[in-house]
Design a protein around this ligand. Structure first.
Ligand code: SF4
Ligand code: SF4
Length: 186
């Protein structure tokens, strides 16, 4: 009698499992067959940060080089370099470093006050492998010059693959999300 009860119990458990499987089998799919298909609901996706272009020039960042994002980042994963116009970057050297608190490594003099000089952004890098996507940099930027990208397809095999040159990406958006739909044949 005990054995019969255990058998019936097992059969009932099997029937319940098969019922759940059958119901789920005919529900719409929530996943896609990447890379043959891609999702189209990336509006709220929070990818790595990216630079926002100026309104009148998509190749120029809106960034005013105020350093706030660098200072507030708890993971220390943002770094930027800049130079003053006429201070040598065009001639091939890195130019005068103009973080307000820094002296020029090429001169014994302090740099001129930041509001008296024209600055050019040479490099804006993100070590994405350290980023926690906390959003403090985006929130603290006074001119909304950085935002979260919708790059959901960033992959790499080494840590260096996530050392992102955001200035280069702004000028050559190789990883910009493509429109949804099947990929073109390669
Ligand atoms: S999202 Fe947070 S951790 Fe990532 S770069 Fe910005 S401040 Fe740093
Ligand atoms: S906070 Fe904004 S404007 Fe200031 S350096 Fe960062 S990205 Fe540029």
């Amino acid at each position: 009698m005990k054995r019969l009860f255990k058998t019936l119990q097992g059969l009932w458990s099997l029937a319940v499992g098969l019922k759940i499987t059958g119901v789920e089998l005919f529900k719409p799919w929530l996943t896609v067959h990447y890379p043959r298909q891609e999702v189209d609901n990336l509006a709220t996706f929070r990818g790595h940060i990216e630079l926002v272009p100026a309104a009148d020039d998509p190749q120029t960042p809106r960034c005013i080089m105020c350093w706030k994002c660098v200072e507030i980042c708890p993971s220390r994963c943002i770094s930027l370099r800049l130079h003053a116009v006429g201070e040598g970057a065009e001639a091939g050297d890195p130019g005068l470093l103009l973080a307000p608190e820094l002296k020029s490594p090429y001169s014994a003099h302090l740099p001129p006050p930041p509001d008296k000089i024209e600055r050019v952004l040479d490099s804006y890098r993100l070590n994405y492998s350290l980023c926690s996507l906390c959003g403090l940099c985006v929130q603290s930027c006074p001119v909304e010059a950085i935002r979260f990208s919708r790059n959901a397809y960033l992959v790499g095999t080494t840590r260096q693959d996530f050392d992102l040159d955001l200035l280069a990406r702004l000028r050559n958006p190789v990883d910009a999300p493509r429109p949804p739909g099947p990929r073109p044949p390669t």
